[in-house]
Design a protein around this ligand. Structure first.
Ligand code: NAX
Length: 327
C-alpha cells in the first residue's frame, strides 16, 4: 500500500463535508488502494459537531482512513496537507452587504492561506468551494505566495456537470457521449456555459440542439440551477457538489478523456483576454497531475460578450476586496 495522503477539509461538519467524507473513506476520491489521513478544520462552534462526524466516520470502519484529526486552528489542520478542500465559508444572510460578505470570508481564507503557505506539503493543491468561490480562491492564493499559482482552483465542475446534464436531457444522448462543454467566468449567475465547441455523439452540439435554446434557456437553466435546487429541496446542492468535487480531483489526478476537457476556476495568466490574477473558470485538461488551460479555442462575438460580462463581475469583486485592504 502507498503511504497515506493528507486531506484537509474545511467546513467538515457542514452539509457538503458530511457527504464528501464518506466518499473519501470509500476510495472514490483517491482510489481504492490509497490510504488517507483526514484533517477536519472547523469553526470553534462546530468542533463538537465535527467530532460527531468523526465518530460516524470511525463507525464506517473504512480501511482507507489512516487517521482523523479535528481542529479549529489552520496551522494544525494544514500541517503536511497534500490536498486542501476549502468548503467552510460564511454564507450571505439576509440584510448582509456584499462588502461585509467579502470581508468576513477574507477573514477565513486569508489566515488559511497563510497556514497553507507555511505548513502544507510542497505538493499542496488547493480547491475552493466556499462562496464567493473565485474571489475566495484569489484571497487564499494571495496569502500563500510561495505556493505555485497553478495549484489553486475554484470548483466549477458542478456547473460543468449541470451543463452536460441539460444537453443530455435536450438531445436524448447519454451524458457520457457529450464532451467539450465549457464553463467560463465566475461561479455565479453571470457564468457562461458554452456549447460552441461541444460535441454530442461526435457531432457539433449546435447541429443537434437548436441555437436559440443553447443561447438562452440553456444558459439560464445552468446558471440558475443552484437557486432552483434550493427552491425545490429547501436546501442548497450538497450530494451533487460532493460528486463534482470528486470529478474535479479525479480528473486532475488521472486526466480527462482523450479529446475532452473539464472546467475549473484558475488564476488567469491572461489567457482569452481575462486580466491576469483574476480567478476565472476556463476549459482545462490535466497533464502530470497539473491543470492546464486549453488554448486556441475560437471565441466568437456572442461568447466574447458573455465572458466579458462575467469577468466584469470578477473585476468588481477584486476591486471590492482591494478597497477593503484584503489583498
Ligand atoms: P454548511 O453551512 O452546511 O457548512 C459550512 C461549514 O463551514 C459549517 O460547518 C461551518 O461551521 C464551517 N465554517 C464556517 N467558518 C469556518 C472557518 N473559519 N473554518 C472552517 N470551517 C468553517 O454549508 P454547505 O452546504 O456545506 O456549503 C458550504 C459552501 O459551499 C457555501 O459557501 C456554499 O455557498 C458553497 N457552495 C459552492 C458550490 C460550488 O459549486 N462552488 C456549490 C454548492 C455550495 O453552495
Amino acid at each position: 500500500t502507498p503511504a497515506p495522503l493528507t486531506l484537509t477539509l474545511s467546513g467538515a461538519a457542514g452539509q457538503i463535508g458530511y457527504s464528501l467524507l464518506f466518499r473519501v473513506a470509500s476510495g472514490e476520491v483517491f482510489g481504492p488502494d490509497q490510504p488517507v489521513r483526514i484533517r477536519m478544520l472547523e469553526a470553534p462552534g462546530a468542533v463538537r459537531a465535527a467530532e460527531g462526524v468523526a465518530m460516524e466516520l470511525q463507525d464506517a470502519a473504512a480501511p482507507l482512513v489512516a487517521d482523523v484529526d479535528i481542529s479549529d486552528q489552520p496551522r494544525r489542520a494544514f500541517d503536511g496537507a497534500d490536498l486542501a478542500i476549502l468548503v467552510g465559508a460564511r454564507p450571505r444572510t439576509a440584510g448582509m452587504e456584499r462588502a461585509d460578505l467579502l470581508e468576513v470570508n477574507a477573514g477565513i481564507f486569508g489566515p488559511q492561506g497563510e497556514a497553507i503557505n507555511s505548513v502544507a506539503n510542497e505538493g499542496i493543491r488547493v480547491l475552493v468551494i466556499g462562496n464567493p468561490a473565485n474571489t475566495n480562491t484569489m484571497i487564499v492564493a494571495a496569502h500563500a505566495p510561495d505556493v505555485p499559482r497553478n495549484r489553486f482552483s475554484a470548483l466549477t465542475r458542478l456547473d460543468h456537470n449541470r451543463a452536460l446534464a441539460q444537453l443530455a436531457a435536450r438531445s436524448g444522448a447519454p451524458v457520457g457521449e457529450i464532451s467539450r462543454v465549457t464553463i467560463w467566468g465566475n461561479h455565479s449567475r453571470t457564468q457562461y456555459p458554452d456549447v460552441r465547441h461541444a460535441l454530442i455523439q461526435g457531432r457539433p452540439a449546435l447541429e443537434v440542439v437548436d441555437r436559440e435554446w443553447a443561447e438562452g434557456e440553456f444558459i439560464d437553466t445552468v446558471a440558475q440551477r443552484g437557486g432552483a435546487i434550493i427552491a425545490a429541496r429547501g436546501g442548497s446542492s450538497v450530494a451533487s457538489t460532493a460528486t463534482a468535487i470528486i470529478d474535479h480531483v479525479h480528473r486532475r489526478l488521472h486526466g480527462v478523456r482523450e479529446g475532452d476537457w473539464s472546467s475549473a476556476g484558475r488564476i488567469s495568466d491572461g489567457s482569452y483576454g481575462v486580466p491576469e490574477g483574476l480567478v476565472c473558470s476556463y476549459p482545462v485538461i490535466s497533464r502530470d497531475q497539473e491543470w492546464e488551460i486549453v488554448q486556441g479555442l475560437e471565441v466568437d462575438a456572442f461568447s466574447r460578450a458573455r465572458i466579458d460580462a462575467s469577468v466584469a463581475e470578477l473585476i468588481e469583486e477584486r476591486e471590492a476586496v482591494r478597497h477593503l485592504g484584503l489583498i
